[in-house]
Design a binder for this molecule. Sequence first.
Ligand code: SAH
Length: 409
Amino acid sequence: MAFATRPAFSAMADSAVRLKPGRERSVLQRHPWLFSGAIAGVDGSPGMGDTVEVLDARGLWLARGAFSPNSQIRVRLWTWDRDEPVDDGFFARRLGRSIDRRRLLLVSGEADACREVHAESDGLPGVIVDRYASFRAVQLLSAGAERWRQAIVEALAARADVDGIYERSDVSVRELEGLPQRTGRLWGDEPPAATVIQEAGLRYQVDIRTGQKTGFYLDQREHRRLARQGMDGAEVLNAFAYTGGFTVAALQGGARSVLSIDSSAEALEMGRANVVLNGLSAEACQWTVADAFAELRRLRDRAARFDVILLDPPRFAATAAQADRAARGYKDINLLAFKLLRPGGRLFTFSCSGGISPELFEKIVAGAALDAQVQAAILRWLGQPSDHPVVLNFPEGRYLKGLICQRLA
Ligand code: SAH
């Protein structure tokens, strides 16, 4: 080993974790998570989010990361470069690099909203930054991210195009880290109740302070664009519609009518506003506040039929352990959707459950078509957009998948 001839490590942190023999493999492969079971012992007494050196069983330096005493993911790695300190400059550099990677997306003037930092996949475990025009919504999901909140906010605030930064750390994963949920203004202006963003010539209102996630489903941007095609005169059903992202896209594409279903009345209210904001026909829209599972059944019982159906449910399974129950949920709604689809009609169906692989999702959808006694073809496989990248050493970052299916008969 080349490392063996070097000094054990040049400690930049006061504390270190020593791995059990043979457990350095994932670290060497640059996987950013170190589970508690891999750790033989801790030297020093690192606090929540403190930086620790990671050493193999022989004491050789491997990486540097953030200690999280309460989480099964005991250390999230910041760097594999022994000369790179974890300090304010580190966060400014990583943020800058991550944001620069998005330039291609924004330069075209296509959108002024995107995910600027996608946590582990951008070298900043636990840190999410979403851009909504001149505002930024931030989620700090891990002990390490929390420890460096000041540095992260200052680095973001220093950017020329930022008027306000708002925290949306109201997510349950923080509890696994022993952190309370938190929301509020972090810097600059408080975002208004509705921030207007641009996306491929359409405009959407986003409630950064209380909307779902950080306000908008940025990860569906490219699919909203796809959903504008082939819509001429279509009767559309948008289930799990949220603030009408797909509704507006379908109308812009020429849809004759769109029925949008969601369990959240506030989300659909903003959906109505989004239709008006784009000068599209409010009369073409119907908004139903309901449980989509029950409503799809009701529509089936009434023998309703649609030319295009969009199914974009919330996450049913975060992990593979919950996959069974989630699979039943996906099967159920996709089966109903196939029955509601006219021959020749298209189904846009999605899963954002990390615990359901693309292969399994495809199987579930195939099973649903079979049980619905419908012949269908996959026209397209869909996934994450470029601002939600999946870094190759962190496959866990892959969560969104979708299919465009066509009912043949
Ligand atoms: N397609 C949307 C995002 C959908 S997110 C977009 O592109 O913006 C999932 C949505 O499902 C959320 O709006 C949530 O309120 C809604 N939802 C969750 N459970 C539901 C249920 N059982 N019935 C109907 N809607 C539900």
